[in-house]
Design a protein around this ligand. Sequence first.
Ligand SMILES: CCCCCCCCCCCC(=O)SCCNC(=O)CCNC(=O)[C@H](O)C(C)(C)COP(=O)(O)OP(=O)(O)OC[C@H]1O[C@@H](n2cnc3c(N)ncnc32)[C@H](O)[C@@H]1OP(=O)(O)O
Length: 224
Amino acid sequence: MGGFQQDEMTPEQIEHEVGLYGPFTEVVRELVDATIRTEVDDDEIRAVQAELEDIVARLRRSQLDGPYGVRFNATGHGRPWGNSVVGLRNAIAPPLAIERESTGRVRCEFHLGAAYEGPPSLVHGGVSALILDQMLGEAAGAGGRPGMTATLTLHYRRATPLGDLRAEAWIERTEGIKTWAHGRIEDAEGVTVEAEGLFILPRWARELAFPTGDAAETPPSYAE
Ligand SMILES: CCCCCCCCCCCC(=O)SCCNC(=O)CCNC(=O)[C@H](O)C(C)(C)COP(=O)(O)OP(=O)(O)OC[C@H]1O[C@@H](n2cnc3c(N)ncnc32)[C@H](O)[C@@H]1OP(=O)(O)O
């Protein structure tokens, strides 16, 4: 599988890019929200559209051939900057800033605005699934048991309002290459969505990590 790349970025270069692309992407998130909610007149919409078309053309002058992928520098610092949930450079990502414990417990506080609406004023169920998929996957990774989502089951206990929310996830149990993780989203009143999922270290990763084939005994550690 492609998409995981090693590069030679120094901590200073990474800090520079965080400072550059973080605010840049934040403005694009603002643009998405403003696009949904604006009530300016027709002429203003057409004028802004023309300006945006120019801006897109400027950015397209130099582009990656495909998606960003996940890049690692020599110290193992991971940059999943195109990720649709946590990606620093992805304006579609809220983005989640996840706190990780090596026990496999992860948590975050986040805000979902108009761009994530499903039913009126409520979070789209698929967005809750997106967030919990990432959170459960992050729990597996934080606990040294990384894997791809094999199953994901959601229990929508109560509607999730747009606004300030929190999420957490943890490893429930492991068996060789398989990790079962659980998690939930909460608003100020308590739990709105619960999830359980099975994460499996895929064959291509097993072959890299365990050339002798004994994946059941010693899962690899996960360094982001
Ligand atoms: C490292 C990256 C970190 C990156 C982590 C970063 C966090 C990212 C969080 C986001 C997570 C995602 O969105 S991931 C994207 C969404 N998920 C995907 O696209 C996954 C697509 N599916 C796959 O790639 C594959 O099917 C896998 C990896 C799930 C399994 O493939 P495999 O590894 O070749 O499986 P295989 O050898 O046949 O089977 C191994 C064992 O798993 C069982 N098994 C296989 N598939 C399933 C299944 N769907 N449900 C139940 N059990 C299954 C088999 O029965 C077998 O059990 P036994 O007989 O040995 O008992």
